[in-house]
Design a protein around this ligand. Structure first.
Ligand SMILES: Cc1cc2nc3c(=O)[nH]c(=O)nc-3n(C[C@H](O)[C@H](O)[C@H](O)COP(=O)(O)O)c2cc1C
Length: 203
């Protein structure tokens, strides 16, 4: 796997934000998106090198379908009366180009718990931590390509329908959804707590 150089790591990390205003007018090729997602999955670490992360990339009609499923699922929970805000949010995600679904392979987590009973309680925690690492790497990689993404959590509400629609193994646990696309509006500045209060150095 060779990577074409785009934004450098620090610039991409700094410029990665939650982009909610996105559209489908993406210049990055399908192949490139596949390449960066596969690259991220291959090189992001996991506890015991267990490689529990599973990603599904939805574009085109599949992406639209995901947000239709989410909209209809939420409508049942929220009710029609109070739905306008939620509908707008769903429309804004659907307006994007694609969504990365992040899963964790529970069968591996379970097998590790059996193999290493001493760490049994830790494996689900490490699985979530590794999932978070994958999310940041993909989020930053999309930023490096000039795309904007956000991180959403409509699991577990949508899990059954998503698994049925894309024939996904029961042992894959959905942990996050990352809609992405071409940013259509700048993001607001964000406030930073003093880094000196958050990082200590000793020697
Ligand atoms: C673990 C985690 C969970 C998050 N969950 C959500 C979410 O469910 N919905 C959402 O819109 N943003 C979510 N976010 C995005 C954060 O709100 C956002 O990253 C934070 O406010 C900083 O803003 P920035 O992403 O623009 O830098 C999540 C971020 C993290 C790291």
């Amino acid at each position: 796997m060779t990577m074409v150089k785009t934004k450098d790591f620090y610039t991409a990390l700094q410029e990665r934000r939650s982009y909610y205003a996105i559209n489908k007018d993406v210049q990055v090729s399908e192949e490139r998106i596949r390449e960066i997602v596969e690259f991220a999955v291959k090189y992001t670490p996991s506890a015991f090198n267990s490689q529990t992360a599973r990603l599904v990339v939805l574009t085109g009609e599949a992406h639209n379908k995901l947000w239709d499923i989410t909209t209809e699922t939420l409508r049942k929970v929220v009710g029609d009366g109070d739905f306008e805000g939620t509908q707008q949010k769903m429309d804004s995600f659907k307006a994007g180009y694609g969504t990365v679904l992040f899963f964790e392979e529970e069968a591996i987590v379970k097998s590790l718990q059996e193999q290493f009973p001493l760490y049994a309680d830790n494996f689900p925690v490490w699985s979530e931590q590794a999932a978070g690492m994958h999310q940041l790497v993909v989020w930053t990689a999309l930023e490096a390509e000039g795309l904007g993404a956000s991180l959403q959590h409509y699991n577990p509400l949508i899990d059954d329908e998503v698994k049925k629609e894309w024939n996904i193994s029961d042992s894959w646990k959905l942990v996050a959804q990352m809609p992405f696309g071409q940013p259509t509006a700048p993001v607001k500045e964000k406030e930073f707590k003093p880094v000196e209060d958050r990082v200590l150095f000793f020697k």
